[in-house]
Design a binder for this molecule. Structure first.
Ligand code: SF4
Ligand code: SF4
Length: 366
């Protein structure tokens, strides 16, 4: 394992760190032990940064990570969060910090995130007087938090604005081989301002391993796996402090961690060359992140857009119908209910033309 600077925080974090959001329900419903073993194995392998949140894995993730931390001699860095849906006041956020400290079995939280900022309006809401930033800052003054961070899917310009206001020391961002070409501006803005850059969703919500043949261009050697290649592609960029894959088993963990056995630099010239190889259609795949899932007429957008990926990859509308029926167990009918309010497109982390795709699904399949 090799380590990289977390911006100007003075901390070095494992290049492959741990996103505690994909533990398996069959494991954690029997108690925290089995999933905590994955966390303990990660620590053994040199992982020193664990990212969790209240709500992940049916609200069990922080408890699992805390259960593992309780058994560690050498305490790791830990990152957790609160967002507008679980705290909308300073006191609410301060209460969330207290809850996380207890669940995680730690005296202080290394990195605390204002969670999932989707627009500058949301950022303003969080940082207004009496808002959640104030509660987090109070916890920091009292030594309960070391560094304030934000997790966000905002576009490059929005991110540059947040960075310029100087309230956060690191950012947690969705960045991967699917979207690097248009997210890179934001990543560079963070790095140039001296912020730590931690990457969530490094495997594109599983899209990259599922379509490994289309992502061959990120492989450096023919024998590395697509998971290793996708992680090396990210942690090899100088702007990136760490990637946060979310392993659900010890085998998955070991494959992810092995990406940090081999160190190489991904240069600007390589990125430009790779952006050229990223066929246009791959840059427009839905990653099933579900951030758009707030439709006023209850259209299951993430499932419909995930199924539309099949059209992009296979070129047939039947493939969409097959995915909807076989994987999601639904029909295309709801696609026709769209009232074109535009809310989903504002929220979409990939900035996809959702209304147009729903129209296409409705025209061909309803
Ligand atoms: S544009 Fe259509 S799909 Fe998107 S939120 Fe509005 S009604 Fe729902
Ligand atoms: S449409 Fe956009 S926001 Fe919705 S699941 Fe797909 S990538 Fe995520």
């Amino acid at each position: 394992m090799y380590y990289k600077a977390l911006g100007k925080t003075g901390k070095e974090v494992s290049a492959v760190s741990f996103g505690a959001m994909r533990f398996r329900e069959d494991d954690y419903k029997k108690g925290p032990g089995r999933c905590a073993d994955i966390v303990l194995r990660a620590r053994e392998l040199g992982v020193n940064y664990f990212d969790t949140a209240p709500g992940y894995c049916n609200d069990q993730s922080e408890i699992i990570v805390g259960h593992a931390i309780n058994q560690m001699k050498d305490k790791p860095y830990v990152s957790t969060k609160c967002g507008l849906w679980n705290a909308d006041t300073a006191d609410g956020a301060y209460g969330m910090v207290q809850q996380s400290l207890k669940r995680l079995n730690v005296d202080k939280i290394t990195v605390y995130n204002m969670w999932c900022i989707k627009s500058l309006d949301e950022y303003r809401e969080m940082t207004k007087p009496g808002g959640i930033y104030e509660g987090i800052a109070r916890a920091k003054e009292e030594g309960l938090i070391e560094h304030i961070c934000c997790s966000t899917h905002i576009d490059g310009n929005g991110l540059a604005q947040i960075v310029s206001e100087g309230l956060v020391e690191c950012v947690t961002l969705g960045y991967n081989a699917l979207n690097f070409a248009y997210r890179r501006t934001g990543v560079k803005a963070c790095y140039e301002a001296g912020l730590g850059v931690v990457l969530m969703n490094p495997l594109g919500g599983g899209m990259i391993p599922r379509h490994s043949d289309r992502f061959d261009f990120i492989k450096n050697t023919p024998d590395e796996s697509i998971v290793q290649a996708a992680l090396r592609f990210l942690i090899g960029q100088k702007e990136v402090s760490a990637a946060l894959p979310g392993p659900g088993t010890i085998e998955e963990l070991e494959e992810c961690v092995s990406a940090a056995n081999l160190k190489y630099e991904v240069t600007e010239a390589m990125l430009t060359q790779m952006a050229g190889k990223l066929q246009n259609e791959l840059n427009t795949l839905c990653t099933s992140c579900a951030y758009c899932d707030e439709c006023p007429v209850d259209i299951p957008i993430p499932r419909l857009l995930d199924s539309y990926n099949e059209f992009i990859l296979k070129g047939s509308y039947e493939a969409i119908a097959g995915r909807l029926k076989g994987h999601w167990g639904i029909t295309a009918e709801k696609a026709a209910d769209c009232i074109k309010c535009g809310r989903c497109e504002t929220l979409c982390t990939q900035k996809l033309p959702i209304i147009e795709r729903l129209g296409e699904i409705a025209a061909h399949l309803v």
